[in-house]
Design a protein around this ligand. Sequence first.
Ligand code: FAD
Length: 412
Amino acid sequence: MDKNIKILIIGGGAAGMTAAITAARNGAEVILLEQLSRVGKKILATGNGRCNLTNSDIDIKRYHGNNIKFAFAPLKQFDQYKTIEFFEDLGICCIEESDGKVFPASNQASSVLDVLRYEMSRLKVVEMCDSVVTLIAPKSHGFEVSLKNGKILKCDKVILATGGKASPGLGSNGSGYDLARTLGHKIIQPFPALVKLKLDAPFLKSISGAKIVSEVAIESDGRVIRRDNGEILFTDYGISGPPIIQLSRCAGEQLRNNKKTEVVLDLFPKITFKELLSLLEKRRLLREDKSFDFSFIGLINKRFINIILHESGISNSKIPCKDIRDEQLELVAGKMKRWAMTVSGTQSWNEAQVTAGGIDVSDINPETMESKLIPGLYFAGEIIDIDGDCGGFNLQWAWSSGFIAGLYAAQK
Ligand SMILES: Cc1cc2nc3c(=O)[nH]c(=O)nc-3n(C[C@H](O)[C@H](O)[C@H](O)COP(=O)(O)OP(=O)(O)OC[C@H]3O[C@@H](n4cnc5c(N)ncnc54)[C@H](O)[C@@H]3O)c2cc1C
């Protein structure tokens, strides 16, 4: 009788667990190795504890990496509909919210982890926690996988799903890159993504905690790379809020390439510079004897008035409106339409939700997730040089690539 394929999956995150379930459903004997004391710790933190598990509008344009086309086949083979069906079958009722974001109706990320663990147990997947993998050694038949505690495990195939470097407190500390490197795989330099940005600006302390709604663009060498809009939060080191988190990936990429990178705010995106100028002129006229800063009350958040005036070259904001010259008013309107600040960096890995960069996809078969260098070795999840926007796109990548890796690793 043919013996079952024995697969070791390294990393008990979203990708590793999907691979484990899929491989076991396809007849493989599966051991899941996790370095922490339990699997799925990161899943519990996703979507602010609610787990935004996919998006109804999965589109390759929402993914990034050196070769985005690589993501096409896995995302097509196991798309958002199959993902929803997979979770509905396990008992998760999926609810779509704004911007296509899909959450479990329970609003609890823990329910997603519960059903994955329950299914792994039903399929007799062996969970080996507190197991740090230190080496993968290909042998003439299969692999030997060494653990930090000295144990050596033998198997037919290996799936490497150790995540990237983002949020190392939740397990993913980049150790998978070293395991892959020793097997000859190239790593595209990882950098933090979906993360807050640091700014080089003198006024940050005075507006820390203040919010403003704005259109925001990332510019590099004077070229707009990407735009978004929404509520922005200033902090004592820089800038945050949903549009900034979304744009942080392209800012990080420009910085990695040593490009001068700016965040440019347009506080009045719905009107033109001329329209804004005539609005400011009217307000100046109506408040002739009042101080200039007073003419902005009710137009923008008070905490920003003096900073914008100062940034526009008006050091004394208390001068009466009637003494403000037209050129000065133009400078202020210009600043409100185009407030550029230099990005000095991203926040650290501890703050990042995802890793940009990772295993170079040119050495992986996108149809199967198998290494082109080492037959029997597969990759899944964030360890690969593919990352997505905020909104369920990263978990979808983990489910899709995990499913494909599990499916093909289980083939004899
Ligand atoms: C706070 C936060 C919120 C997020 N929210 C969302 C969201 O709502 N929607 C979304 O789509 N994405 C979200 N993401 C991103 C998403 O969670 C990840 O992209 C996804 O979970 C990655 O899954 P993975 O299995 O590839 O890696 P991970 O989940 O990082 O799992 C890798 C596992 O491998 C283990 N491991 C690493 N090295 C070894 C080793 N040498 N030996 C043994 N085990 C090892 C780690 O301990 C870890 O458990 C969020 C991320 C964070 C940090």
